[in-house]
Design a protein around this ligand. Structure first.
Ligand SMILES: [Zn+2]
Length: 180
């Protein structure tokens, strides 16, 4: 007996949810590619924690993208800046870099969404709230790697998460690996 296509059994509301999920996955994949690109091409110079971030406006258009890295004019070739205890002070989070980029382009961030490959730290979460970001989308893999983080970063992400929740910023966790 011929079976109806699975797609015809999906309601329009459900269809929209699947499309939204697919959109989230594409942006998160792109954010991961940005993070992993060579530093010369805007990727992260961090030896182990490579984070990509993309700001998207309400119409679904990209505002700006960035990876965690050194601010303009700061020399990233000096090895001592990568030492334990120093690199988190020298290297800016991807969220800060992407917001700065958007600010340079005088973009309006109110109601924008942020796709980021690692959950925001406490400092960045406060910054996102201040900028009027309405939603932060992170991959599920970001949550899975949480257990491996150092205690100070866990604390920072926990406080970041509380800040986002308290200020009404929606946090969406997307499983990037699975397919439809
Ligand atoms: Zn941060």
């Amino acid at each position: 007996m011929a079976k109806k296509s699975d797609l015809t059994l999906i309601s329009p509301t459900c269809r929209r949810k699947i499309d939204l999920l697919e959109t989230h996955r594409l942006w998160l994949k792109r954010a991961a590619e940005i993070a992993l690109a060579s530093p010369e091409k805007g990727g992260s110079p961090h030896p182990s924690v490579k984070v990509g971030a993309i700001l998207v406006d309400a119409k679904g258009l990209e505002i700006a993208h960035a990876a965690n890295g050194f601010a303009h004019g700061i020399d990233r070739r000096r090895p001592e800046r990568y030492e334990n205890g120093a690199r988190s002070l020298w290297i800016n989070c991807a969220e800060q870099m992407v917001i700065a980029k958007a600010a340079r382009n005088q973009a309006d961030l109110k109601g924008a969404k942020l796709y980021v490959t690692l959950e925001p730290c406490a400092i960045c979460a406060g910054l996102l709230v201040e900028c009027g970001i309405c939603e932060v989308i992170v991959p599920l893999s970001s949550r899975r790697s949480y257990a491996k983080l150092k205690a100070k970063w866990k604390k920072s992400i926990e406080i970041g998460s509380s800040k986002l929740m308290e200020a009404g910023v929606k946090v969406t966790v997307v499983d990037v690996s699975s397919t439809r």
